[in-house]
Design a protein. Structure first.
Length: 399
């Protein structure tokens, strides 16, 4: 494995962390140049917990005019971005505020890209590099996607081919992220589990690459152990501030590239390419789909990859789940680590099969066909996968 290859790192987002920090939202918007805001949110959850009322009161007290765009759904839709972009242009909006989950933030980013690029945001979800975006601020209410400090955004093209498309560019990082762990107390057990699996996957994404560094590995392994420890605590006691705080920090730092230190490879381990179209097609929780895919993908690497790749999975099992490194051979250690991984996934209420995810066996060929393989039929990642490999992985988790 290569070590210390050239890499680029950029941490842009101002983080304000702790209790009652949401009351500072107007000050931060003014600090970052906002004069008219579009408040982007989902359903009624932010109103139920009083966050909507707090934000509106802060904006009014700060003398910052705003318009609202509600109705963001999980696996956010392009059609709502179109609606929001038109409204933002008509209203003279110059700042986007995403309040809620990752889908809300991703929607706000898409609108902000449109404002800064003559309305043409969709090109960036199809491979064109984004160089500028209108400023976005965030107050997130679930620890999961990490969009609050990353350059990532994902949309479902519900006015086109209904596939998920994503981007990840430095220009797409929010200018600030307000983080109050108390705002995640009301997250349901299922969504807490799915969010934890999502955080875990964003770190796995950067851990399984062709190059690494000791420091990068330590960041990854420590982040993964933190999620393993605190996800069950948050499930047992949803109002445990320490657990919610640790998960909130892990969610952000798993996806802002700190865990990618020392790695020149793009963050594309392979698990996201396998999963992304599951949640896009079936509207399932992204983290739940990742919970199904990750151990099956890693098991396939152990069984069919190179000795070096199998050793990497064994290291993951030892450092994250405490597998015994003296089991006789690398494969035995890797298998034990993956068994412990599966047990943890079940302990946080997440599925391990397509059946548990609600995807019927009869749809297996559709699942395989929708995988994010390249034009050459290969899914690039830590281990490149062809269609036969993809079919074998999904066939192993049908039921």
């Amino acid at each position: 494995m290569k070590t210390f290859t050239n890499f680029s790192f950029h941490m842009y987002t101002e983080i304000l962390f702790g209790k009652n920090t949401e009351t500072e939202v107007a000050r931060l918007i003014g600090k970052h140049g906002g004069t008219k805001v579009m408040l982007v949110y989902g359903g009624g959850s932010i109103k139920k917990i009083g966050l909507y009322q707090t934000v509106v009161a802060a904006l009014n007290e700060g003398g910052i005019p705003f318009v609202e765009l509600g109705g963001v759904q999980p696996n956010p839709r392009r059609s709502l971005v179109e609606k929001g972009l038109q409204m933002a242009k008509e209203e003279g909006v110059d700042f986007l505020l995403g309040v809620g989950g990752g889908s809300t933030i991703d929607t706000a980013k898409a609108i902000a890209l449109g404002l800064a690029n003559d309305g043409n945001y969709w090109q960036f979800y199809n491979g064109t590099k984004a160089e500028k975006m209108a400023p976005v601020g965030t107050i997130h209410t679930i620890s999961a996607a990490g969009s609050e400090t990353s350059g990532s955004s994902v949309l479902v093209d519900d006015i086109g081919d209904h596939r998920k498309r994503g981007l990840m560019y430095v220009a797409c990082r929010p200018v600030f992220a307000i983080m109050n762990p108390e705002l995640t107390y009301s997250v349901s057990p299922y969504q807490t589990g799915a969010g934890s699996a999502d955080i875990f996957a964003h770190t796995v994404l950067r851990y399984f690459t062709a190059s690494s560094s000791r420091l990068g590995d330590e960041y990854c392994e420590g982040t993964l152990r933190t999620v393993v420890k605190y996800a069950p605590v948050a499930l047992q006691n949803p109002r445990d501030y320490e657990a919610r705080a640790e998960l909130m920090l892990a969610g952000s730092f798993s996806h802002n590239d700190v865990t990618g230190i020392g790695r020149s490879d793009p963050a594309n381990g392979g698990e996201h390419g396998l999963e992304s179209q599951l949640s896009g097609a079936y509207d399932t929780a992204h983290g739940a789909g990742l919970a199904v895919v990750m151990p099956a993908w890693l098991q396939y690497i152990v069984d069919h990859g190179t000795p070096e790749q199998a050793a990497r999975v064994a290291q993951f099992g030892v450092k994250v789940f405490g597998a015994d490194p003296e089991m006789g051979d690398v494969k035995a250690t890797a298998d034990e680590g993956l068994n412990r991984f599966r047990s943890w996934i079940k302990s946080i209420g997440m599925p391990l099969t397509l059946k548990e995810l609600g995807i019927p066996k009869e749809d297996l060929h559709l699942v395989i066909g929708r995988c994010n393989c390249g034009p050459d039929g290969i899914l690039r990642g830590y281990m490149d996968l062809d269609k036969n490999d993809v079919a074998a992985i999904f066939s192993s988790v049908v039921e």
